[in-house]
Each structure stands twice: as structure tokens, then as C-alpha cells.
Design a binder for this molecule. Sequence first.
Ligand SMILES: [Zn+2]
Ligand SMILES: [Zn+2]
Length: 307
Amino acid sequence: MELLFLGTGAGIPAKTRNVTSVALKLLEERRSVWLFDCGEATQHQILHTSIKPRKIEKIFITHLHGDHVYGLPGLVSSRSFQGGESLLTVYGPKGIKTYLETVLDATGTHLTYPLVIEEIEEGIVFEDDQFIVTAKSVVHGIPAFGYRIEEKDIPGALDAEALKEAGISPGPVYQKLKNGETVTLEDGRTVNGADFIGPPKKGRIIAISGDTKQCENVKILAENADVLVHEATFAKGDRELAGDYYHSTTEQAAETAKAAGAGQLILTHISARYQGESVNELVSEAKGIFPNSTAAFDFYEYEVKRR
Ligand SMILES: [Zn+2]
Ligand SMILES: [Zn+2]
């Protein structure tokens, strides 16, 4: 499970930072990739990575500002030419369906795969036996959401060695023990499955703020998250400016990460006015409050490890 930042700039593309998109690579977990936002030229950025567009299974849009969605029609269209046959689901605020369908319709784009566009509201937007994705409103002047991606715990494996040592032979009884049931064996012994199951693997949690003023809901989304990806459009001195433009500062992002008890903070949506040394400065500002802070750059990859 890795986060691969495809675009980390704010507002308009810059030479060193494209507009927003981040990929969550779930190749080991489900042989697919999820995208969060799809700014203009996201598909060009993908060309520089090992991501296969046909593997993109879901695209979550935080809000409908151009720097987060102008790349969507192109990517959705190209996926047809790149062997895409499987279902693609796009989630986003009200308006995403009209936007995407209008462009595809006006350009006579025919897709070779089923496309589902889901206009979301706060709450659970996706759940299966592996993952649960929750959206919450954030404060950005237009309808905007942050996301929490929670991997479900993986139950511990049955310890076959220990079972053999206890003289319990493989058979249907293994399944019962694996389910944690207490079983009476043919020889009359009673054994508890729980004694033969290893510890469960704790699921990982990722939170993505989208564009937002500092807000309580991001803290809720990031509660005990392994990693929080938070926008930091402004330096710490620009609190007022950040508030006026519905964005956050480095310090505000760090305050939220700290309050949420997150494991790691990754700053993104960084204005082109910050280059080289001044980016290090931004990271220092965040670190002053939350030591495990870093700033994303285009193609920065972060492995989400189990805590
Ligand atoms: Zn933006
Ligand atoms: Zn925005």
C-alpha cells in the first residue's frame, strides 16, 4: 500500500508541481489503484510511473475546482484505449455527474468499460470486506469533502505447526478452529480455535483533507490515521490569507495531525511561490508542532506501513 503523489501544486500547474492528484496503490491488497482528485494532465503524470490506467478502479474527487477535476475526462477516455474493460467508479460532490457526462457526450466519447458516477454525501461512500471509505464535509467555499480510507483488520492465520504438534490433523475441523470455535475432537479433547490463531493484522488508515480551511471534520477523518495528507497552501505567517481563501497553513495542518493522533503528516497543494529552501521552511514550520511531517513533491512515493 503506497501513496504516489502525481500532482502536489496549488491552483495552476507549475513546472515542478502539477495540479492535484494522489494515487493510492493497492496492488498487493486488491490489484488496483485508487485516485484522489484528477487535476489537468494527471494522465501525463501517470506516464512517468508504473501505474496502468486500466488498473484504476476508483477515483474519489474532493471538490469540483478545476485544479482537481480538469484531468478527469481525458483520463477516463484514455482508459478505453489502454485496455480498460473493468468497472470504473467515480465518487464526488453533486455536479460531478453532469460535469463528466457533459464532456464525454459533447466530445462523442465512447467508453469500452462501464463507468459509474456516484454523487456522494457525508458518510460511508464505499465498503467491502477489505476497505471502508468515509467522506466528511470540509470548509472550502464550495461543497468539498475529505476522505478517510480504512483497511479492515486482517484476521490472524491458523498456526498449522502448532496444530500438528498438538496432534490435530488437517480436515474440516481446521475451518472451525480458524473461525475461533471451540471444537470437541474425535479423541474427546476439547480445543479452542483462539489458541491456534495468530494475532490479527491491524488495518491501515489514511486521511485526505482535500482543499480546506482548518476544520474539525478533518481531525475526525484523521483520528488515529497512519497518515494524513493535508493541504498546506500557505506558510504559517499567512493564517489570515489562508482563512480568506478557504485554505490552510503548514501550522494548521500540523495542529490537525497532532490533535487527531495521526502517525505521519504529508503536506501537499503547495503554492509555486515556495521553491527549494522555502519548501524546507514549510516542513520546519509543520515539524515545530508535529515532528513527523514532510512535504510531498511530484512522484513522491510513501509506503503506508502497519503501525
Ligand atoms: Zn486546489
Ligand atoms: Zn479548491
